[in-house]
Write a protein that binds this ligand. Structure first.
Ligand code: BGC
Ligand code: ZN
Length: 367
């Protein structure tokens, strides 16, 4: 069967591989689930993997099958797969696999303290841009049939789910925390989905991003009843004067200097969640005294978040269902750019790297 792969370490090496068909017998304990891949989304991580800036092949192998934002349909299950996962069900597999730390041992590999982490389609484990995959039932999350069209957005949504959930967990320190106003920095896929997740939790949300409105992403923000502010119109501190103070800020712009602007704009007792994986070496001059004093006198928190746990996938499914009910058709508008078939990986890459109007580029592997 076909798969899209790269030779990690060799820039722009994306190509088609012929790989063996997997079987449920490959998974021990009768817990195998064989899944037919329907759709796979791509993002900045895939772009970096193709540029050989990120990612590694499984041990002893020359290539890495890419793709982590998966969506598929179960074809066959082993005898010890729980009956919540059946043939014909739509499913999404999580991305990270356990290493060796205590967090991995309890299923929280997204919190690993190991230096090496295993991520399907990213690091040391093959991904989902192929026709079929097998996986242990532990890493498979079922979705209702009503999410057939938008289920490919679950994995990126889980990045927002984890960050928001972490913020609420941390703020239990305050006993009576009742957040009202939040900000999201960045209006890309993660910024849009973080805005959605916080609107569904009843927050007033302001999305702060570079581009001047109106354009597709700012329209999507206002369709959620959130505010959109361009960095060409106001600083983050000015935005907080208009729509703050912000109890929670979710940073997803990919531009690290904004972290420090957000830190300065954060409200008292607030929490700033950082989710941008910034691989570069950008330096920035920051208002060190003011930021530090604001954090000290305002009891503020800054926290990083990566990947997502099984529980974040489950809450993501719930939010996708809610989103379809509260904002019908909204999720579908994120699926701007469909590429038909694995063999069209060059077209996929072109959209990913050059198409500035695309929100989510995805491959329709099968229908
Ligand atoms: C993926 C996460 C992953 C992170 C770091 C993101 O693109 O969505 O699952 O943990 O990259 O590799
Ligand atoms: Zn990703």
């Amino acid at each position: 069967m076909k798969a899209i792969a790269v030779y990690p370490g060799k820039p722009y090496s994306m190509h088609l591989e012929d790989v063996p068909m997997p079987a449920i017998a490959n998974i021990p304990g009768g817990r195998g689930v064989l899944v037919k891949v329907l759709r796979v989304g791509v993002d900045g991580t895939d772009k970096e993997i193709n540029a050989a800036e990120y990612g590694n092949a499984p041990a002893g192998e020359a290539f890495l099958i890419t793709g982590h934002e998966n969506f598929g349909q179960v074809v066959e299950v082993g005898p010890h797969v729980p009956d919540t996962i059946r043939s014909g069900a739509y499913v999404v597999a999580t991305v990270r696999r356990p290493g060796h730390s205590i967090y991995d041992a309890v299923g929280l590999q997204d919190m690993t303290t190991d230096d090496v982490y295993y991520e399907r389609g990213i690091n040391l484990r093959h991904g989902y841009l192929t026709e079929y995959y097998v996986e242990d039932a532990d890493y498979i999350v079922p979705l209702p049939g009503t999410l057939r069209e938008v289920g490919v957005l679950l994995e990126p949504l889980t990045v927002a789910e984890k960050g928001v959930h972490q913020a609420y967990e941390i703020q239990r320190r305050l006993k009576v925390w009742q957040p009202r106003r939040a900000a999201v920095v960045g209006a890309g896929t993660i910024g849009l989905l973080a805005t959605l997740a916080m609107r569904l939790r009843g927050l007033e949300v302001t999305c702060y991003s570079r581009r001047l409105p109106p354009y597709r992403n700012s329209d999507l923000i206002t369709e959620l009843g959130a505010h959109y502010v361009s960095s060409q119109q106001a600083t983050m501190i000015e935005a907080s004067g208009m729509f703050g103070p912000f109890d929670l800020i979710f940073e997803a712009s990919g531009f690290s200097p904004l972290v420090f602007e957000a830190a300065q704009a954060l409200g008292k007792n607030g929490v700033l969640v950082l989710s941008s994986v910034t691989g570069g070496d950008k330096k920035a001059e920051v208002n060190a005294d003011a930021i530090n004093q604001g954090f000290v006198l305002g009891n503020k928190v800054m926290v990083g978040t990566v990947n997502a746990s099984h529980a974040d996938f489950v809450s993501g499914v719930n939010d996708l269902v809610k989103a379809e009910a509260f904002y019908p058709g909204w999720l579908n508008q994120l699926l701007t750019t469909r590429v038909g078939g694995l063999e069209n990986f060059a077209e996929m890459l072109r959209h990913l790297t050059e198409d500035k109007e695309a929100i989510k580029v995805y491959v329709e592997v099968a229908s």
